[in-house]
Design a protein around this ligand. Structure first.
Ligand code: FEO
Length: 135
């Protein structure tokens, strides 16, 4: 069973962002599946790298519109993004150096963080984005 499943409660009312969030869920599920299937370190590393790359892409996409629309919660939102990137990058380094193992605990952290971030933090920009024509 997939670790993350997208449903309408995750919609932020902006189609492109919803698609990007779905892709993030898919990538987390890929990491989860690779871990469960006991895939080798190289496969896991590539999957984690892809997840991190796409997280950067997604955060940059949102932040581009924060600037463009002069979004009032830009500072706090960008700080949340930075904290998450720092956390997963630390994990990536520890994993690659062999001092950390990929565990259900880490994946549950990703799942919980993303769920709360989308439902609480991302949803705050819906009105601003929609008002500026991004739906
Ligand atoms: Fe969809 Fe703020 O990340």
């Amino acid at each position: 069973m997939a670790l993350m499943k997208w449903d309408a409660t995750f919609s932020v009312g902006v189609e492109e962002v919803d698609e990007q969030h779905k892709k993030l869920f898919m990538l987390i599920n890929l990491v989860f599946d690779a871990m469960k299937a006991g895939k080798g370190a190289e496969v896991l590393k590539l999957t984690i790298d892809e997840l991190i790359d796409y997280t950067h892409t997604h955060f940059s996409y949102e932040e581009k519109y924060f600037s463009k629309f002069n979004y009032e919660h830009t500072k706090e939102h960008k700080l949340e993004h930075k904290k998450f990137i720092d956390k997963i990058t630390d994990f990536q380094k520890e994993y690659e150096s062999g001092t950390a193992l990929l565990s259900t605990e880490i994946l549950n952290f990703l799942k919980d963080w993303l769920t709360t971030h989308i439902k609480v933090i991302d949803k705050k920009y819906t009105a601003c984005f929609n008002k500026n024509g991004l739906k």
